[in-house]
Design a protein around this ligand. Structure first.
Ligand SMILES: *Cc1c(COP(=O)(O)O)cnc(C)c1O
Length: 377
């Protein structure tokens, strides 16, 4: 008998009961003052906690937030620099080229990062309109040094720094003002622990000024200037806000404030390190180089003789769902999300199920993973 499956993929992540309950509430008019006030508090919390001039919350996934970030800051014939540590960094390239934006690309081998010196040197070669980096690339489990890159970009007056935080925001530190980020983008279903459906974008003053300079942008649904009046006063209308999801995000922000952002960041680092040690202790390898491993997910490389699909199917039967590798890592590893509103109960259950499953394929010392996690957390 299986009661429920733990959704340990890199998004959607487990949704806490109190957040689920918000999605089950009776839906009311988006002009109801109770909802309007809740929406105002969500936008305000996002701006204060992430040090932004303006936050946007709209219906859509992280990919829409990526589009929104570039649609409001870049136009035809602009040149920008993409720092890519994997599949999601690469995703920007096609998006930008469709908009006739010239793209220079710095790519690393999967599991590695582009050296900081290479980035600072590259920035001197061109007057880039924007530098785009993925904080944690979900395909490789690698974390970029956002504050360092931000300090390089800040030396260039006309360059904006755009950060994809879909797999990091609310788990790893991101603060627009202090980290010199101009546009941060994210989504509800990863470290916020809300169901999929919300695209989140934060903009600095400099980014809003760029939007103004562009005058007309091609897109309307994702235009900052269409949404800014609504974020300031949700009594106004542009597109119908997803009422229940915004309530769910409000509850997620309540949990985040109760826990404390700093504590939450530390929790993710501590758990990630212990989970990674636990997995290595039972014979798995980790794709990301140990100096820049993500705190939100791990790309776990199989030992010899463990077949990917069969392993993940059996693990799901044991009650834990993980994701397969993408692109060049397909078949070689599984991706384990460990972000958002998860606790020791969820983590040890996950590790235990991984051990039960692995034991069906190779000889292991049962109990080592959970013990290693508990000893190191
Ligand atoms: C998941 C993810 C995306 C895409 O978000 P969707 O909600 O799936 O559209 C973009 N960037 C990163 C880093 C991600 O992890």
């Amino acid at each position: 008998m299986i009661n429920s499956k733990l959704c340990m993929i890199p998004g959607p992540t487990p949704v806490a009961r109190s957040i689920q309950n918000q999605m089950g509430r009776e839906t009311i008019s988006f002009k109801d003052t109770n909802f309007v006030n809740d929406f105002i508090s969500v936008v305000n919390d996002l701006e204060v906690l992430w040090g932004a001039e303006q936050a946007f919350v709209i219906a859509g996934s992280g990919t829409l937030a990526m589009e929104m970030a570039i649609a409001n800051t870049l136009q035809d014939d602009d040149r920008c620099l993409v720092i890519s540590h994997g599949y999601f960094g690469d995703r920007f390239i096609d998006m930008l080229e469709r908009r006739h934006i010239h793209v220079d690309i710095l790519q690393s081998a999967w599991g590695d990062i582009v050296p900081l010196e290479t980035i600072s040197e590259q920035l001197k070669t061109n007057d880039y309109k924007a530098v785009i980096a993925t904080h944690i690339d979900t395909s490789t489990g690698v974390v970029a040094n956002i504050s360092k890159i931000g300090s390089f970009v800040a030396e260039h007056e006309n360059t904006l720094f755009i950060v994809d935080g879909v797999c990091s925001t609310a788990a790893v530190k991101e603060h627009l003002e202090s980290m010199k980020i101009d546009v941060l983008l994210s989504a509800s279903q990863k470290a916020f622990g809300v169901a999929p459906g919300l695209a989140l974008v934060w903009a600095s003053k400099k980014a809003l000024e760029r939007r103004k300079q562009l005058q007309n942008v091609r897109d309307s649904y994702i235009d900052f200037f269409k949404w800014q009046p609504i974020m300031d006063d949700p009594m106004k209308y542009w597109g119908t806000p997803p009422v229940n999801l915004i309530w769910a995000l409000k509850q997620s922000l309540t949990l985040i404030k109760e826990e404390g952002l700093e504590y939450r960041f530390q929790r993710h680092v501590k758990d990630a390190k212990a989970i990674q040690q636990a997995l290595q202790a039972i014979g798995f390898d980790i794709l990301a180089n140990e100096h820049h491993r993500a705190a939100t997910l791990t790309n776990v490389v199989y030992p010899e003789g463990v077949p990917d699909v069969e392993f993940r199917q059996e693990l799901a039967r044991q009650g834990v769902v993980v994701a397969g590798g993408i692109g060049q890592t397909a078949g070689k590893l599984f991706r384990l999300g460990h972000m958002g509103n998860i606790d020791t109960h969820i983590i040890t259950s996950t590790l235990n199920a991984i051990e039960r499953t692995l034991a069906q394929f190779i000889d292991i010392d049962y109990g080592v993973a959970v013990k290693t996690y508990m000893d190191n957390r």
